[in-house]
Design a protein around this ligand. Structure first.
Ligand SMILES: [Zn+2]
Length: 312
C-alpha cells in the first residue's frame, strides 16, 4: 500500500513521501522561533555516532525524578504485596493482644476467639486495657506495639522508595514514536528527490498514537510550513526529537509540557507536504553551538529501539 518508487524512477509522488525540510525563508516567515531554527541547518549533515552527545545515566535519572507539570508523581504507592505484609503484621499483633486478654479472662480457651482481621490492630490492646485480667498490664504491650508500628511505617517507606527506584530503572529511556507492528517505515534518512530527507517516515493510519521518544519538555506544538503541524521535544541532554504532519486536532501536548518517554503526544495525520498518513520523525542534536539532524534509526537502535525494515 505504501510501496515506494525510488527517486530516480518517477516524478509521481509516492503515497507516503513528504517534503520534510521547509525553506528557511518560509520558516522564518512564519515567525518560528529564531533561536532553534536559525541553528538548524537546512541541508542535513550526517553526524557520526561517535559525535553524538553521550546520554549519561545521571542525566536520565535526573530527568526522571522531576515532577511533571501534569502532576504525575514518580513515587508509586506501596505495592499490594507490601500492603498485604502490613496487614498480616497488624493481624499478628492484634492476635497477640487478644491472646493476652483471653488468658486473663478465660484460662480454658485462650484461642477460642479468632480476631477479626479488620478490627485486629495494635489499637485493640489499649482500647481494651480496662478489661485486662489479673497479672496483665496494658502499658507494656501498648508500648511494644506502637514501636513495632513505627518500624513498620519506616520499613514501608523504604520499600516504597525502592519500588519506585526499581520501576524507574526498568522503564525504557527511549521508545519508538510509533509502536512496532503499527507502522511501515516508508522513507529512510537518505537523499531523496534531489534533496535530502532528514528523518524517518512512519506510515500508519490516521489517528494512530504518536509517542514521545524521550522524556523532555515540549518546545513546539503548532503549525510549521511543510509539516502541517509539528511538535518538538527537548530531552535533558539537549537532544530534540521532531514529529510532523499532524492535524491541529492531533496535537495532544502544548509548549512547556513535561513528557515522559512513551507518553502519547499526538496522533498521526497527513498535513503539510504529505501524500499519505504518516509521522515524519527527526532527531536533532546539539553540536558546535548549533543543532544538526542525525539519522534517527541508529540513534534509536543504540538506545534499544530496533525499527522494522524499510518498505519499498
Ligand atoms: Zn518524511
Amino acid at each position: 500500500m505504501y510501496a515506494e518508487a525510488q527517486a530516480s524512477t518517477s516524478v509521481d509522488a509516492p503515497l507516503t513521501r513528504d517534503i520534510p525540510v521547509p525553506s528557511r525563508s518560509l520558516r522564518l516567515g512564519l515567525g518560528v522561533d529564531d533561536r532553534i531554527d536559525s541553528n538548524v541547518r537546512t541541508t542535513e549533515i550526517p553526524v557520526a555516532d561517535d559525535d553524538e552527545l553521550p546520554v549519561t545515566q545521571s542525566a536520565l535519572v535526573a530527568s526522571r525524578t522531576e515532577t511533571t507539570s501534569t502532576g504525575r508523581h514518580r513515587l508509586r504507592p506501596p505495592s499490594s504485596a507490601l500492603k498485604a505484609r502490613t496487614a498480616l503484621v497488624a493481624i499478628a499483633a492484634g492476635a497477640g493482644a487478644v491472646a493476652i486478654v483471653g488468658s486473663g479472662v478465660d484460662q480454658g480457651a485462650p484461642a477460642a476467639t479468632t480476631p477479626d482481621p479488620v478490627e485486629a490492630s495494635p489499637v485493640l490492646a489499649s482500647s481494651n486495657a480496662d478489661d485486662l485480667g489479673p497479672g496483665v498490664t496494658d502499658s507494656e504491650s501498648t508500648t511494644d506495639l506502637s514501636t513495632f508500628a513505627d518500624q513498620l511505617v519506616q520499613g514501608s517507606k523504604l520499600a516504597a522508595a525502592k519500588d519506585a527506584a526499581d520501576a524507574a530503572a526498568r522503564r525504557p529511556t527511549v521508545v519508538s514514536p510509533v509502536s512496532l507492528g503499527v507502522y511501515k517505515l516508508t522513507s529512510a534518512y537518505a537523499p531523496r528527490w534531489g534533496t535530502f530527507h532528514g528523518g524517518l517516515d512512519f506510515a500508519a493510519p490516521l489517528g494512530t498514537p504518536i509517542h514521545a521518544a524521550t522524556d523532555g519538555v515540549v518546545l513546539k506544538s503548532g503549525p510549521a510550513s511543510g509539516f502541517g503541524n509539528w511538535i518538538q521535544v527537548k530531552a535533558a541532554d539537549g537532544t530534540i526529537t521532531v514529529y510532523g504532519h499532524m492535524a491541529a486536532s492531533g496535537l495532544k501536548v502544548k509548549v512547556g509540557d513535561h513528557v515522559t518517554a512513551g507518553d502519547v503526544i499526538a496522533l498521526v495525520g497527513s498535513e503539510g507536504f504529505s501524500t499519505g498518513p504518516h509521522l515524519h520523525f527527526e532527531v536533532w542534536i546539539p553540536k558546535g553551538g548549533s543543532y544538526v539532524k542525525i539519522d534517527p534509526a541508529p540513534w534509536l537502535a543504540k538506545r534499544g529501539v530496533i525499527l522494522s525494515a524499510l518498505v519499498g
